[in-house]
Write a protein that binds this ligand. Structure first.
Ligand SMILES: *Cc1c(COP(=O)(O)O)cnc(C)c1O
Length: 383
């Protein structure tokens, strides 16, 4: 009797430990945290999607089960971002990285010149890929490279002919973002890489001619890329292999081959979750609150510093450093031990980076701030 009780208690304890293990705070820049409710729904629905007797991963992409879910996902995304009717929505593959080239293949058709705002790592990658598209010229029109991308480039009046301009709206690695789209850029067709800020800040779709975002940061699992583009852009696109052609993808509703069914399904659940949270405006407010909490801690601290210019700071990706590489390393390791995960900064910046996407709860940021204070009491100037 006694031993039975003992075993029962032990099991309870293990269960509790596993339970707490599941509640780590994941600060990864991507693939990133998903809403816990969404993950639970996936678990519940997995064996039999809508009483089909099959999981979502096993159903036909030509079945109404799937086409209905894709239509609903698109409708919800349109609602969330107030996407006008003259924009098409695509669910593609290949990540943000394929869009670096696909945009050029489809849109750089007249002058074959694309203007880039060189705001960091991902802008550079976009430029390199665009320049590899035959006949296309990638032109830097503004850069903050000399400031090590710790601030956004200053944009002067733009002269010259461009088929479009390219803007990385949130710089995931360096931690800068455009809180407003500079008016000067709107004089040209504008392509926006919103990979790490989409649905987290209330941008106007109509400020852009094309928006793209890899899903694995603020939307859903990897393997899905959302593209939102003005319908009239399709008119001038050249003949291209089907998978690389926006017009052909639009014509076939993103299903000219087998689409990433599971990723679209999870993205659809995230869209429903966002609508239930009050939409993008409500998310922006929460994101501002979370970011403010962390930035205030960094400002108040004697140990931690932000390398980023105050006015250009990102809401979703927040780098910070101590003065010592060893302390940075220790911070990341000790944080991990208490369930604050993936705080290591990108290798090009070093230090730490906390990504506070939509699905990161305020409680996670509070826990991080507490931990920073404990760490500073032990290792830094504060008492
Ligand atoms: C992560 C990221 C990319 C690359 O995305 P993939 O989907 O991995 O190709 C591009 N742009 C930005 C701003 C990113 O944060």
């Amino acid at each position: 009797m006694l031993s039975l009780l003992l075993i029962r208690n032990k099991t309870k304890k293990i269960k509790k430990e596993v339970g707490s293990l599941q509640r780590v705070y994941n600060f990864s820049a991507g693939p990133a945290v998903l809403p816990a409710e969404v993950v639970r729904t996936v678990q519940e629905e997995l064996p039999s999607y809508r009483r089909s007797g099959m999981s979502i991963m096993e159903i036909s992409h030509r079945s109404s089960l799937f086409t209905d879910l894709q239509e609903t996902a698109e409708t919800d995304l349109r609602k969330l971002m107030q996407i006008p009717d003259n924009y098409d929505v695509l669910f593609l593959q290949g990540g943000g990285t394929l869009q670096f080239a696909m945009t050029a293949m489809n849109l750089a058709v007249k002058t074959k010149r694309v203007g880039f705002i060189d705001s960091g790592h991902w802008a550079q990658r976009a430029m390199e890929e665009t320049a590899l598209v035959k006949g296309t010229k990638a032109v830097v029109i503004a850069s903050s490279k000399n400031q090590k991308y710790t601030q956004l480039p200053k944009i002067e009046p733009i002269t010259g002919q461009f088929d479009y301009l390219h803007l990385t709206v949130n710089n995931t690695i360096e931690g800068t973002m455009y809180h407003q789209i500079p008016a000067e850029l709107k004089k040209f067709p504008l392509v926006g890489d919103l990979s790490s800020i989409i649905l987290g800040y209330n941008y106007q779709v109509t400020d852009f001619d094309l928006i793209y975002a890899g899903a694995q940061k603020n939307i859903g699992p990897a393997g899905l890329t959302v593209v939102i583009l003005k319908h009239e852009l399709l008119q001038n696109a050249p003949e291209l292999p089907a998978m690389l052609s926006y017009p052909k993808q639009v014509q076939k509703h993103s299903a000219l081959n087998t689409p990433p069914v599971f990723a679209i399904y999870v993205a659809g659940l995230v869209f429903k979750w966002l609508l239930a949270q009050g939409g993008v405006a409500a998310m922006q407010e929460k994101n501002e609150q979370k970011a403010q909490l962390l930035y205030a801690e960094i400002e108040n601290s004697k140990l931690f510093k932000s390398p980023v210019a105050v006015e250009d700071r990102s809401l979703t990706n927040i780098p910070f450093v101590t003065g010592s590489a060893q302390l940075n390393q220790l911070f990341v390791a000790e944080a991990q031990a208490v369930g604050l995960l993936n705080l290591k900064g990108h290798r090009s910046v070093g230090g730490m980076r906390a990504s506070l996407y939509n699905a990161m709860p305020l409680a996670g940021v509070k826990r991080l701030v507490e931990f920073m204070q404990e760490f500073e009491r032990q290792h830094g100037g504060r008492n």
